[in-house]
Design a protein around this ligand. Structure first.
Ligand code: SAH
Ligand code: SF4
Ligand code: F3S
Length: 475
């Protein structure tokens, strides 16, 4: 089998998009001077950090086009939904919001409504939107996000619905604008797509095959971020352990971490997600050696029963997972682990579920994101006739949550009286004097502080343990 090598969208094509940005900027300038008020956009992002990062790219393009961001849909000239389809409730939420836009469009026929992201990669969803939500003007997918300026221009000029969804791509678009939500902490996507095909998961179908950005492009982005004052980066990919496999030159994720660890100004490096089946020793050593890489690892286990793990196509056993956890904890003492768990995968028996409780008790995660299994059309698990009833799923879910909460609490209780390094993010939402930040282990810490501490690393002595956060005092 010949190796698939990731390519870049040509400079010419990117330049073309900048031309459309310019056309729209002129158009908007005229609108602004005619109306005497800014043209505004509003983006609603559903789903994971990858989608958040994609929305930051859309924001970047829009601000270059002369749009300003608005928190209010009702006063916006352009509304975008960036959608997720990982679970059914994510999709239901989108449809709910989309229905509510109909009224806005009736009141303001000039309003442009665009919908993009993972849901749009499913042809039946696009059909449904065409039929039921006729107030939508632009539909595009995950593979052609960089073409948004062109699609928007076509919609504005033609005043007709524009639908453009690609099945796949082997390319990556670099050098498009980006406007980030947070200046202190930034998402940096290092690879797109997933080749793992876990049997329950829709992501490989809607995000396509694995594609890694070049190390040089990633490093340049991180250096630029550091110059702009960013202190913490989180590297994103569905399975970062596969980074570089599609590039010529023997690049690895461990190598990427070592390279980024040298960037001056960046204080902390995080990443997600790692698949347990191919978390290499080199990666563990890189985490251990690189002082900027935080002592936190998100390592989704999904289930505890080896039989279910096999059915899920996860390609590790319960024992292998626990051995891996041991190895990581030995090399990186004090590391915090978080995980994802699915409850009620088809065919899951009470005995299988007790293995999930057992692995949770043994691995002692700091935190777990727990999900009820959701049937995704097109995935192998959806065809399994042995679906678990909602009632049983919910009952198991509650037991799992109770166990995990008590473990999280026990782990946090051990932090009482300890010192922690906190990157100060700013005022906490509910107070004028309480500041908030996170430890290297990703725990939220609140403390009395002052404005000049924002963006700094401070030492805090933990004096109170709460369910979702810690309280402490500046040392
Ligand atoms: N690539 C990442 C996560 C992708 S989706 C990984 O492999 O870990 C995030 C989480 O959603 C998954 O870890 C899984 O726990 C959950 N998930 C995915 N498909 C699901 C489904 N059909 N039903 C319920 N949860 C699901
Ligand atoms: Fe989905 Fe599995 Fe890929 Fe994660 S690794 S995105 S769970 S298929
Ligand atoms: Fe959802 Fe797509 Fe992320 S399906 S979880 S937004 S990759």
């Amino acid at each position: 089998m010949s190796k698939r090598v990731t390519t870049q969208v040509s400079a010419g094509e990117i330049a073309q998009q900048y031309k459309y940005i310019e056309i729209l900027r002129d158009y908007n300038q005229k609108r602004v001077s005619d109306a005497g008020k800014p043209v505004k956009y509003n983006i609603e992002t559903f789903g994971c950090q990858m989608n958040e990062n994609d929305s930051e790219r859309l924001s970047g393009m829009l601000s270059e086009m002369g749009y300003s961001e608005s928190a209010k849909r009702a006063e916006s000239d352009l509304i975008i939904f960036n959608t997720c389809c990982v679970r059914e409730n994510a999709e239901q939420k989108v449809y709910g919001h989309l229905g509510a836009l109909k009224k806005l469009k009736e009141n303001n026929p000039e309003l442009v409504i665009a919908i993009c992201g993972c849901m749009m990669q499913q042809p039946e969803v696009v059909e449904h939107i065409k039929k039921v939500y006729r107030h939508v003007d632009i539909v595009f997918g995950t593979h052609n996000l960089y073409k948004f300026p062109e699609l928007l221009n076509t919609a504005v000029e033609s005043r007709q619905t524009v639908i453009d969804v690609w099945d796949s791509t082997g390319s990556i678009a670099e050098n498009m604008p980006i406007t980030r939500k947070d200046n202190l902490k930034a998402w940096v996507t290092v690879m797109y797509g997933c080749n793992n095909f876990c049997s329950y998961c829709i992501v490989p179908y809607v995000r396509g095959r694995e594609r890694s950005r070049s190390m040089e492009d990633i490093k340049n982005e991180v250096v630029r971020l550091a110059m702009e004052g960013c202190k913490e980066i989180t590297l994103l990919g569905q399975n970062v352990n596969s980074y570089g496999k599609d590039l010529e030159g023997g690049y690895t994720f461990a190598g990427l971490l070592r390279e980024l660890n040298t960037v001056d100004g960046i204080e902390r490096i995080r990443f997600m997600t790692s698949h347990p089946k191919d978390l290499s020793d080199e990666l563990i050593y890189a985490m251990r050696d690189c002082e900027k890489v935080c002592e936190h690892l998100h390592l989704p286990v999904q289930a505890g029963s080896t039989r279910i793990l096999d059915e899920m196509n996860r390609r590790y056993t319960k024992e292998q997972y626990l051995e891996l956890v041991e190895k990581i904890k030995t090399h990186i003492p004090g590391i915090a682990l978080s995980t994802d768990i699915i409850v009620g995968f088809p065919g899951e028996t009470e005995e299988d579920f007790s293995e999930t409780l057992d692995i949770v008790a043994k691995a002692r995660f700091d935190m777990a994101y727990t999900f009820l299994y959701s049937k995704r059309t097109g995935t192998p698990a959806a065809k399994n006739p042995d679906q678990v009833s909602e009632e049983v799923k919910k009952e198991r879910f509650d037991r799992l949550l109770a166990l995990q909460n008590s473990i999280s609490r026990e782990i946090n209780d051990e932090l009482l009286g300890k010192e922690a390094e906190v990157l100060v993010e700013g005022l906490s939402k509910s107070s004028k004097t309480t500041y908030t930040g996170r430890t290297r282990e990703n725990k939220i810490v609140n403390f009395k502080g002052s404005p000049e501490l924002t963006g700094k690393l401070v030492k805090i002595k933990i004096d109170t343990i709460q369910t979702w956060s810690l309280l402490g005092k500046l040392i």
